[in-house]
Write a protein that binds this ligand. Structure first.
Ligand code: 1GP
Length: 246
């Protein structure tokens, strides 16, 4: 079964899904092996791998470390064409539809298309929507785009709807890694009301309670990175909260 079919099947069964974001710059080989083992115990659904800026980390070594420790699928969450790797299980083909930077709407995709065509990698078209989060996040700076104001859920919802109408398969509502304020419940609800495709929500989620509230508001996949890096015990509690929501 493809990764996208898995996502859809779980959505149909109303099973919420948990993705752990791995930033290759921030993790050691030992740390990643331990994380993969703990993630297996907690029944984490996916690893997301990538970031808007990579300095020292290697995508391919992270994939091989994860794959030697667990069967949890690795989904690329690429900040650039250089982060494409055939050994992953799937790739989120992100179009930053909240922004008006042509490179991130279509330019990089043109460069990536011939590379992807020569790979077996599953490609999942994703409408990536950046939401204002109270601080300037890396993704906001690197993408050179304005995020959608946090108090304008109707703009986020119409943006998501446009993404769905353009044929995108997922919507990713993103506050940015390390966001001060995560995406609000009101905004998730507004998006859910207008789109049918699965919704991923991430950025600044620090507690299992917030993860659960996001799921109840209509998120299908919750992504957590930073707070698990800081406290691995949170992994189990996050997983429990997300998987408890039906
Ligand atoms: C970033 O949404 C992800 O793209 C995860 O964010 O690191 O803040 O959990 P955090």
């Amino acid at each position: 079964m493809s990764i996208y079919q898995q996502i859809i099947t779980k959505k149909t069964l109303q099973q919420k899904q948990f993705a752990v974001l791995v930033d290759p710059d921030k993790i050691t080989e030992k740390g990643l092996t331990l994380l993969a083992e703990e993630a297996t115990k907690s029944k984490v659904d996916y690893f997301f791998l990538g970031g808007s800026l990579l300095t020292s980390g290697s995508i391919s070594s992270c994939i091989s470390i994860i794959k030697s420790a667990t069967n949890i699928p690795v989904i690329l969450f690429p900040g650039s064409v250089q982060q494409i790797d055939a050994t992953a299980d799937a790739l989120l083909f992100l179009s930053l539809i909240s922004g008006r930077n042509p490179d991130l709407l279509i330019g990089n995709h043109v460069k990536a298309a011939p590379i992807l065509r020569n790979m077996q990698l599953e490609v999942i078209s994703t409408g990536y929507i950046l939401i204002e989060s109270g601080n300037r996040t890396t993704v906001q700076y690197i993408s050179n785009t304005f995020p959608i104001p946090a108090d304008k859920p109707e703009i986020a919802a119409c943006t998501a709807m446009a993404g769905e109408l353009l044929g995108m398969k997922l919507i990713f509502a993103e506050a940015g890694s390390g966001a001060l304020n995560p995406v609000s419940i009101e905004m998730i609800k507004a998006i859910r009301e207008l789109v049918n495709i699965p919704i991923i929500v991430g950025g600044g989620i620090k507690t299992p309670e917030k993860a659960l509230l996001n799921c109840q508001a209509g998120a299908d996949i919750i992504v957590v990175g930073n707070s698990i890096e800081k406290d691995q015990m949170l992994l189990h509690r996050m997983a429990e909260a997300i998987h408890s929501c039906h």
